[in-house]
Design a protein around this ligand. Structure first.
Ligand code: NAD
Length: 286
């Protein structure tokens, strides 16, 4: 039976460490790190994500401000709000919850965030930093995946890693991070001709396609490490499930993340870590 890569436990450890450091630095500098989250509109899933981020901040002693803006907010108004937060000396991190309403250009909004406060690591200069190996803020989900591998002493060096999904926020950056750790990386997507064959070659598999249980046990090489980033609703039961069919994959894998309780909690922990680091960098204390 595969080792369960317990993202929930590791995330809780990281959150504990962040809380300790936040408490120490809050005393030293007379204020806590401050994360501002902007939510435009009333999408129920986004509201849940934003609320969870606020709760996680509160537990870690990080100050959180949620800026709620109506669905009809003109792009210029959102950009002006970001400009205000960029200038605010007591704001260390800025996150704009995605997706945004259709009339607002996401790229323009992300670009407007001060790259030093870009806790999501989505700003073009932070993305460039990842690809050019210059200092940058890492995107939270790929960062969480790498921390999970490290925590279980899974070294990507020399391994065949297969990433399913090439999104800007998960697939592409995690592929680059694996490459930087000397894995031999294959990046799969919707036009990949024989996905099962590619996946079968994986010693480390990262599934980030957003397709419920698309990857089944017969596609997993014996002994593979399986990281399931997917968060989907099972069309039959309505429950949360990953991109990997956990039960059949766990019979073949040497290690596997559950959904929920794998990569999801790591993403939030990394957001807190990024907020703490932005605070430290702004104070010259990192
Ligand atoms: P996305 O829709 O932006 O990208 C999905 C990618 O998967 C695309 O590149 C597409 O080419 C590929 N893909 C889709 N169907 C495929 C198929 N049948 N075969 C091969 N490739 C296929 O999604 P995303 O934002 O990268 O998110 C991916 C999944 O990860 C979603 O389930 C999302 O909810 C989840 N997610 C989880 C976390 C977390 O914290 N755990 C964070 C972000 C995203």
């Amino acid at each position: 039976m595969a080792t369960i890569l317990d993202g929930k436990a590791l995330a809780s450890e990281i959150r504990g460490d962040v809380a300790l450091k936040v408490s120490e630095l809050s005393q030293k500098y007379g204020r806590a790190p401050h994360l501002a989250v902007i939510l435009v509109g009333e999408d129920p899933a986004s509201q849940v994500y934003v609320r969870n981020k606020a709760i996680a901040c509160e537990k870690a002693g990080i100050r959180n401000t949620t800026v709620n803006m109506p669905e009809s907010t003109p792009e210029a108004e959102l950009l002006a709000e970001i400009g205000r937060l960029n200038k605010a000396d007591d704001v260390d991190g800025i996150l704009v919850q995605l997706p945004l309403p259709g009339h607002i250009c996401e790229d323009k909004v992300i670009e407007a965030i001060d790259k030093e406060k870009d806790v999501d690591g989505f700003h073009p200069l932070n993305v460039a930093g990842l690809w050019q190996k210059t200092p940058h803020i890492e995107p939270c989900t790929p960062m969480g995946v790498m921390m999970l591998l490290d925590a279980y002493n899974i070294d990507p060096k020399g391994k065949r890693a297969v990433v399913v999904g090439r999104s800007k926020i998960v697939g592409l950056p995690v592929a680059k991070m694996l490459l930087d750790r000397n894995a031999t990386v294959t990046l799969c997507h919707t036009r990949t001709v024989n996905l099962a064959d590619e996946v079968r070659r994986a010693e480390i598999l990262i599934a980030a396609a957003g397709r419920p249980r698309m990857i089944t046990g017969d596609m997993i090489a014996p002994g593979a490490v399986v990281i399931d980033v997917g968060i989907n609703r099972d069309p039959q039961t309505g429950k949360l499930c990953g991109d990997v069919d956990f039960d059949t994959a766990a019979e073949k894998a040497s290690a596997i993340t559950p959904v929920p309780g794998g990569v999801g909690p790591m993403t939030i922990a990394c957001l807190l870590l990024n907020t703490l680091r932005c605070f430290q960098r702004r104070l010259g204390d990192l």
